[in-house]
Ligand binder design. Sequence first.
Ligand code: NAD
Length: 499
Amino acid sequence: MYEIGHFIGGKRVAGKSGREANVFNPATGEVQATVALADANELNAAIENAKAAQPAWGATNPQKRARVLMKFVDLLHRDMDKLAEALSREHGKTLPDAKGDVIRGLEVAEFCIGAPHLLKGEFTEGAGPGIDIHSVRQPLGVVAGITPFNFPAMIPMWKFCPAIAAGNAFILKPSERDPSVPMMLAELMLEAGLPAGILNVVNGDKEAVDGILDHPDIQAVGFVGSTAIAEYVYSRGCANGKRVQCFGGAKNHMLIMPDADLDQAVDALIGAGYGAAGERCMAVSVAVPVGEETANRLMDKLIPRVENLKIAPYTAGDDADFGPLVTKDAHARVKGYVDKGIEEGAKLVVDGRDFSMQGYENGYFIGGCLFDNVTRDMSIYKEEIFGPVLSVVRAKTYEEGLDLAMSHEYGNGVAIFTRDGDAARDFAARINIGMVGINVPIPVPLAYYTFGGWKRSGFGDLNQHGPDAFRFYTRTKTITSRWPSGIKDGAEFVIPTMS
Ligand code: NAD
């Protein structure tokens, strides 16, 4: 058993609110830790530390700030095994996948080393007689990030790296289900040279989130999680006059055209549908083969692959395809969806509900499930399951498949598998979804592009990482200056124009 408090003012502090939550080992179902749940006093302490530290950090030249991230990247490499182990222990994902989680965050830290360039403003010389105009990007002050359980390394880094590189102080409220890694990341940032108070980790639940949303000294909030909470955070944060961006749930479709390389498509569906037990916002959860013949050929290849998925705790080594779900509730929810799919008339062709492992009978394991003949009206199609459950919806034509993906309320990611460049190009141009893969099942953009969904997968104007992150965590100031050297026009009562 271990206890996780908060990271405030450059050190770990114990929780004082008297409220805490259990952190489970998903492979065994045992409570392995407790995490403090912050109240307003603890949140205020973090904000006070952040407020005190931010002006000096904001005034530090951007190259020096970038050097902290350079060092942080080195430290992430040094501690990769330790971070991955702590991540797998609380989340349940396999060790190689946990390393991937750290690396995708590390790549954003690398991108943020370019902050001096990304923060440059614009300049116009001679905009009028003796007049120059320039713009600068300034930090907002104290900003916050609220993050989900499924990427406890990557998503916190997506949030705090650009915010801090831009000169802000940051309050991170990570998921209470796997809080160890965010705390370790804060310690590494300190070791990398970040002044105390610039990155604070406040663990907690709704109380801490509401505190962040209502606190007048927090200027901006970046959120990632389920759509219902994303919408809530967006409206409450905006109502309080904050800058807010929220990224929500998903139902990612993958169209398989008749001319696709089916072996490649099946590999893609297996990895993207079942990797991390389907607990990814970019997981493929709907396969859409186009044409009956494509569907039949696809199912012949897909079924044995799903039947032979290897499921094991992370301690089993590199041999597992995926591990347990994160909590008992998640396990019950996913099983409940599979039951409901059967009731609603879908054909369950691979049933993983009874999967059990000797020695891990109380773990939150579920085997891969595969549904055929899923239709638009079923809840397993409409709702995000967030588990290792793939639904096959057969489309007669390309247009029907396209319409399916376009009509869904979520718009995070989508993919098409085809050898036809015309179809691929048409698909990319017409689809109303934020991230598109062409023969790529999980099109998560690299750190120097931005990540964000459309429709009910994203709320707000700007995306995460890439140049948008620097726009989100800074504000633009435009300065018009005149050095008159003898120009005297007298008093002007009419608004100045260029005519
Ligand atoms: P979640 O919505 O339960 O929790 C996210 C955060 O909100 C956590 O920090 C949690 O403590 C907080 N929270 C939970 N309930 C709250 C409430 N009632 N009021 C205020 N705050 C609350 O999400 P999760 O289960 O941790 O993560 C999985 C979800 O996140 C999935 O829906 C997945 O698709 C989504 N996700 C989206 C993206 C993306 O970029 N679009 C990326 C990763 C995960």
